[in-house]
Design a protein around this ligand. Sequence first.
Ligand code: ADP
Ligand code: TRP
Length: 344
Amino acid sequence: MSKLESRSQDATARPHRVLSGIQPSGTLHLGNYFGAIQQHIRLQDEFPGDCFYFIADYHALTTVKDAQALQEYVRQIAVAYLSLGLDPDKALLFRQSHVPEVTELTWLLATVTGMGLLERGHSYKDKISQGIKPSVGLFTYPVLMASDILIYHSTLVPVGKDQVQHVEMTQDMATYFNEAYGQGSVLLNRPEYRLSKTPYVPGLDGRKMSKSYGNIIPLFESGKKLKKLVGRIVTDSTPLGQPLDPNHCNVFALLTLFCEAAELDEIRTWYLAGRRDGQDFGYGHAKQLLAAKIEAHFAQARAKRDDLLAHPELVDHVLAQSASRARAVAQKTLDACRQACGLG
Ligand code: ADP
Ligand code: TRP
């Protein structure tokens, strides 16, 4: 078998490889959970052994300039995934920077990627409009992301809507690279994306929940602080006892994330009547219900999280083991790509 044939078999060796990354750039919130993490964890049962998840710390350097804060965010994400049910026997969880091979593949990809492709990137433009410094790193962010995806021969990339364009750019970069160096073989797989079922979680002010808007409910908030935050969710000024519109209510939208269909139907009837069991029902009551739901939903994860925070060595062990398995895959891909380019 020729070297190219063996490389081409490598690139398609696994029928499925799920991969996603999340940036350690702030406090995790309900949007991150329902828009990303929940789906990642569910996929470990659909594709056990084929899920690679990583904490995108190289990417976070484009916005986080405080080393201590970065370490803290990384730990927060690792602990969150493990407490929310990531099973290290089914899915890898590692730090992006523990696989430095991705930076070298980033360079190889950069040399086949036209400026025009990156110039069309809307995430770059959005970030600049939010006041983030337009560094070279921020501009070439999609090339690093493509490298993350392609180096593990990923087939499926679960992401939020905002990342779809990056996966499409990755498909283009795989094609450019294969055309430049593959001599008819597939060196790098073209991945597909998968959107989460809840791509839009509203924040306290009704805009998309985002750390950039300061409208978040942190994932593990509880007790008084949680009640206070939920109390700040913006609603209209319908007086107590009057019918409420569940279709235009941020509290109801958040309740849909936590309730089964039958329970939601019941709550909808309370909204439409402005009454519950013969008593007035208003936004205050809906908010109490929501706070209780959030608290209960994450109770088990919060306890596990406390445990993991007390045993950081367990978390570090998972990160190290996962990184070494991911790195073995990455090294093989990089070697094949180096050879194909004439750097072998
Ligand atoms: P933020 O907007 O707070 O900066 P990130 O961009 O770091 O969040 O998002 C990390 C992941 O969480 C992405 O996959 C993103 O699509 C998802 N996500 C973030 N906010 C929401 C939201 N409000 N609704 C649904 N998904 C979200
Ligand atoms: N850019 C993604 C985000 O901000 C994080 C990320 C980096 C990623 N590399 C990735 C997601 C590879 C999926 C695949 O949310």
